[in-house]
Write a protein that binds this ligand. Structure first.
Ligand SMILES: [Zn+2]
Length: 185
């Protein structure tokens, strides 16, 4: 392939600068940027390792966990947890400053655990829906009502951390939250 005459402009994935790529696989403008990417990846791996270790130390039979433990166990952000607490979807017991305790069963209804070792404890919990089924839409119903594709609906649900629950073949999400989300658009 005559690659010497071939100039491909690409945007560096680290610094965002335009650069002349040597191959279609080039992602970074310089050695410096590819090193930065490598360090970023390593740091993420380390953080994921820490998360796993913390998650494994949480006894499965303990019903109440801290926010930090919930982050480790469910791979969700603190912001998401606090938002769901504010909305009343996750009841929190405040044991003093920085000592919020939340019930694992409540989170598991919304967010499946990341670690398979914790799934066993989830199955022992009685399955209950925070919202009555009559207060919920299925993905198909939302797609029809708002004229959006099911995959777009799913993405929006995930992006906005809307509580969802799978019963049989269907995923149920609260009508109130969905109407609020899509009516605003
Ligand atoms: Zn760069």
């Amino acid at each position: 392939m005559p690659s010497s005459k071939f100039i491909l402009q690409k945007t560096c994935e680290i610094c965002g600068k335009q650069f002349n790529a040597k191959t279609v696989y080039s992602k970074f403008c310089s050695k410096k940027c590819s090193n930065a990417e490598y360090r970023k990846k390593k740091a993420q791996e380390k953080q994921e390792e820490k998360r796993k270790q913390l998650a494994e130390r949480i006894p499965a039979e303990r019903p109440y966990i801290s926010i930090t433990e919930a982050v480790a166990l469910y791979g969700i952000s603190r912001d998401t947890i606090y938002r769901q607490i504010r909305k009343g979807n996750i009841p929190a017991v405040n044991l003093g400053e920085r000592l919020n305790r939340i019930n694992k069963a409540n989170i598991e209804l919304m967010f499946p655990p990341v670690n398979s070792s914790n799934i066993a404890s989830m199955k022992e919990q009685p399955q209950k829906l925070i919202y009555d089924q009559s207060e919920c839409y299925t993905i198909g119903e939302i797609s029809e009502k708002y004229g959006i594709s099911p995959s777009t609906v799913n993405k929006a649900i995930r992006k906005n951390s809307i509580p969802r629950k799978q019963i049989g073949k269907f995923v149920y999400v609260p009508k109130a939250e969905i109407d609020q989300l899509f009516d605003n658009k």
